[in-house]
Design a protein around this ligand. Sequence first.
Ligand code: NAD
Ligand code: GLY
Length: 350
Amino acid sequence: MEKLLVKTGCPYEVCVGHGLLRQSGELIRQVCPKARIAAVVTDTTVQGLYAPALMASLENAGLSPVLFAFTPGEEHKTLRTLGEIYEFLAQNGVTRTDCLVALGGGIPGDVGGFAAASYLRGIDVVQIPTTFLAQIDSSVGGKTAINIPQGKNLVGAFWQPRRVLCDIDTLSTLPEDIFADGAAEALKYGMIASRELYKKITEDIKGNLETIIRSCIAIKRDIVQRDERDTGERMLLNFGHTLGHAVEKHSRHQISHGRAVAIGMNLMTALTTRMGLTQPGVSEELKQACQGLGLPTDYPCTLQELLQYASSDKKRAGDSIRIVAAEKIGTASVWTLPFEKLCELMLTFS
Ligand code: NAD
Ligand code: GLY
């Protein structure tokens, strides 16, 4: 097992390795020594696959596990699910010294994380990510959230986990399309921070999987350590997300987060190439990489429609919006421009 230390306000380790689920009880006990109850929050698919091993390990470590599972899918990352989790925690007598264990992809991670951030004004959370996307991105860095009808992740909190357990073995059951969602976020890290990583992803993602997972986590750790609260450099991690979130919302979540990010990265890079912020050829290279990984690069709706959806994005600040432009593969910058200017540019180029 490798441990990557994330030095945020409350430092914690991201443990990456094989067979971690079997050791999870002890690994949780070490960081939540006062906990009596471990409240596991997951979705019903992951429950069937991995809850038995987790619950057994928690019991063996002397904890009393209780489990809440909700229907998978972005349409359940809601206030309603959150409310059900609060009631479940209260009904099971979960106290301030107990802990919540978020088991699954980015959705149980985000909703479970936000429940932990807000229940009793905050209880410990341990993240056990079981998708490629969640292992390299959503479980690290402490962003937690739910969606509201007006937009994605509009309600949430920064709440760093006590520990993150990335058991690579859990990825063996991932369907190809869900694996590809993670590949989109991995490509994002390559685009913003490392040409070498980008090359590993495009040449042999499965053969290089463990190295890729560790590299992505290390990139995120370094950025989050320098900008825990997302006021500057961390915004680089939103590459492809402004238009990606708009695609997710426009498609009523029929397009998954990873696929939407792939579309968003391609649309944004085409735009920033025309603006002169991206070197010629990068956009084509990115498109080819996405296609090779089974990811979409375009979305059948007008840019006007997407802009309407992008207008409620969190990356807006007053009349401005922040966009991330890749100058070349491995280097990106955050630009602030008036939202009207973005609209004008997109409509001119469409
Ligand atoms: P998800 O949690 O819905 O998981 C995708 C699907 O995979 C689900 O149907 C789930 O049941 C299934 N699944 C999970 N693990 C499995 C396994 N090991 N084997 C088989 N099936 C498995 O979605 P996701 O793609 O993991 O995450 C997307 C979410 O993450 C979005 O809501 C996005 O906004 C959020 N996100 C958050 C951050 C952050 O920093 N907090 C970063 C990136 C994305
Ligand atoms: N996924 C974006 C972030 O963590 O900041």
